[in-house]
Design a protein around this ligand. Structure first.
Ligand SMILES: Nc1ncnc2c1ncn2[C@@H]1O[C@H](COP(=O)(O)OP(=O)(O)OP(=O)(O)O)[C@@H](O)[C@H]1O
Ligand SMILES: [Mg+2]
Length: 335
């Protein structure tokens, strides 16, 4: 680094100059005072006061100058602080402009390099995840076909259920990876949401405790069809999975108010402890690992559902119901 432009040297120089000027002014003041005492001339008092006034004004001026100079020297600190906060929020696109060749300039350049490297590592990880998930799709479909041909029995059922879980996980991973590329990755198209939910409820008609969905009003929304299908598949799957021991069916309701569509899915299942309600949207979080072991799953469904809803500028919330079980409410803009 150019030693003349070192921030440290500039600071030392500024402070040395300030100290020297202060000492010189104080020495000057003392000598004027001594002279005026010795001479005790008529105008000595006036001379002394003028010199004192000029010295104080010069000192104040000098301090103001030094204040602004130091402020200017440390200005990049604000930019670096803002950049660190932006990166902490997960935005790695930001680059700090490099305007100086001192330590701050060097720090900004290192920061930009680091943000770039993290961004490319994350891209590489996403690409790897996406490629691996993609490659696994075909063999899993083939294994499912083979499993369907096995002799009926416990082994066949458990193999089919495991393979189903795996293909759901892969679909979730592939779609959530797509969501990392922001709203631009959404393929929005108008479709009938009532019809979609009705067909999903129909697909699960055989499973306990059943689904009650009686709405006939056609509600059309403009959204990414495959993501919305995945969102409701995850929620319906959860409702059935965690209330399979119950007699009362899962209730799904859909309504529209102005530009907003609301879908509510209520079950009478296990419910979620109040303290866990805020955590269930975190990836890989599962309430009571031991209980969840029997139900299977990876703890990804709700985190992906939240991502999908937010990518569509909607909201998702979960509440425990008074009579047991939970109610999930999804609100989506209709266009
Ligand atoms: N309807 C529900 N009733 C009771 N608990 C629920 C319900 N839905 C979700 N949970 C709890 O929230 C946790 C997180 O749900 P999430 O859908 O993200 O994961 P999962 O169902 O365990 O696995 P995955 O969806 O990845 O197959 C679940 O493990 C479960 O403990
Ligand atoms: Mg789930």
């Amino acid at each position: 680094m150019n030693s003349k432009k070192s921030l440290y040297k500039r600071m030392v120089l500024t402070i040395s100059l300030l100290c020297t000027a202060t000492i010189l002014l104080i020495l000057g003041l003392f000598s004027v005072m001594l002279k005026s005492i010795r001479a005790s001339a008529d105008n000595a008092f006036l001379l002394h006061n003028i010199f004192l006034g000029i010295s104080i004004a010069l000192l104040i001026g000098l301090y103001v100058l030094v204040y602004f100079h130091i402020k200017r020297l440390f200005k990049p600190m604000q930019e670096i602080k803002k950049a660190v906060e932006t990166v902490a929020e997960g935005d790695f696109d930001l680059q700090i402009p490099i305007r100086r060749a001192d330590e701050f300039g060097e720090l900004s350049a290192s920061f930009n390099r680091m943000a770039g490297e993290i961004q490319s590592m994350l891209k590489y990880k996403d690409q790897l995840l996406s490629d691996v998930s993609h490659e696994l799709r075909t063999p899993i479909t083939r294994m499912r076909l083979a499993a369907e041909m096995m002799e009926a029995g416990k082994e066949k059922d458990s193999m089919i259920s495991d393979l189903k879980d795996m293909s759901h996980l892969i679909e979730n991973l592939l779609e959530s990876n797509r969501l990392n590329y922001g709203a631009s990755s959404l393929h929005k198209e108008p479709f009938n949401l009532t019809e979609l939910i009705a067909s999903m409820a129909q697909e699960q008609a055989e499973r306990k405790p059943g689904i009650r969905f009686q709405t006939t009003q056609a509600i059309t929304i403009k959204a990414d069809f495959s993501l919305i299908r995945m969102l409701f598949r995850n929620l319906i799957e959860n409702a059935l999975k965690y209330s399979s021991h119950q007699e009362i069916p899962v209730a799904i309701d859909i309504s529209q108010a102005g530009d907003e569509v609301e879908v509510s899915i209520s079950d009478h299942g296990t419910g979620i402890p109040e303290e866990a309600l805020s955590k269930v949207f975190e990836p890989f979080y599962r309430v009571e690992q031991s209980r969840s072991k029997h139900t299977g799953g990876y703890g990804l469904g709700l985190s992906i559902s939240q991502k999908v809803t937010e990518a569509h500028q909607g909201q998702i919330s979960i509440n425990n119901r008074k009579g047991g079980g939970i109610e999930v409410i999804v609100r989506l803009p209709s266009s």
